[in-house]
Design a protein around this ligand. Structure first.
Ligand code: ADP
Ligand code: TYD
Length: 205
């Protein structure tokens, strides 16, 4: 049986992740792969309920970190691990790098506590590949303003998103073999071409 592959997609809000994940799912299905498209926080009934709270309910940074990891635990145990065991490619819109970027760098929450939670919850599981859609915060802000009402994160100021972007840069530097960095300020066609080239170079799929 074909081995499962776990891909995560990261970037500040408005970077273009959602727009490209569906395209990539089609690209993989054309190659005969079983694909699970999912997201965090979310991906299970319980985790989607926690997502609603995290995105809309006021809470402190520790509560926020515990809830995203609780959601992650349920998602990993009941959906991601079974899909990987069945040979699927899992495309996950955000994973633990987002926690280090948003709760860690963005909110200033203790990175050591996050690392402990990461170890407990993931028991060694990491994405095989993480695609970081990187772009200047002002470009992402302009895209967000054009399309949707902001949640608790999207309503943060530009300085917050600068910290989040730096947080992603540190995670990428610490694990360069796992990360692919895309220039997400490019046109949609150019972003897609970068993504396709990155995937081709990591095949066969
Ligand atoms: N490369 C791009 N150039 C211009 N606009 C884009 C690009 N990629 C996505 N968009 C638009 O920006 C907005 C945010 O994209 P989205 O995929 O929802 O981002 P994310 O999931 O990373 O928050 C959407 O309106 C989308 O159509
Ligand atoms: C996974 C995760 C997401 N988040 C935040 C980042 C995003 O602002 C928000 C939801 O992510 P996302 O699904 O990208 O939002 P949208 O559907 O609006 O594009 O949750 C964290 O703060 N920590 C986390 O661990």
């Amino acid at each position: 049986m074909t081995a499962g592959r776990f891909l995560s997609f990261e970037g500040i809000d408005g970077a273009g992740k959602s727009s490209h994940i569906e395209w990539l799912a089609g690209w993989l299905r054309e190659r005969g792969r079983e694909v699970l498209v999912t997201r965090e926080p979310g991906g299970t009934e319980l985790a989607e309920r926690l997502r609603e709270l995290v995105l809309h309910q006021p809470m402190d940074a520790l509560t926020e970190a515990l809830l995203v990891f609780a959601a992650r635990r349920d998602h990993l145990a009941t959906r991601i691990e079974p899909a990987l065991a069945a040979g699927a490619v899992v495309l996950c819109d955000r994973f633990t790098d987002a926690t280090f970027a948003y709760q860690g760098a963005g909110r200033g929450f203790d990175l050591g506590v996050l690392a402990t939670l990461e170890t407990w919850v993931q028991q060694g599981r990491q994405p095989d590949l993480t695609v970081w859609f990187d772009l200047p915060t002002a470009v992402a802000a302009a895209r967000r303003a054009a399309v949707r009402a902001p949640d608790r994160f999207e309503s943060q100021d530009e300085a917050f998103f600068e910290r989040v972007r730096s947080g992603y840069a540190r995670r990428a530097a610490a694990d360069p073999g796992r990360f692919v960095i895309l220039d997400a300020a490019a046109t949609p066609d150019a972003v897609r071409a970068q993504l396709e080239a990155a995937l081709e170079s990591r095949g066969p799929w």
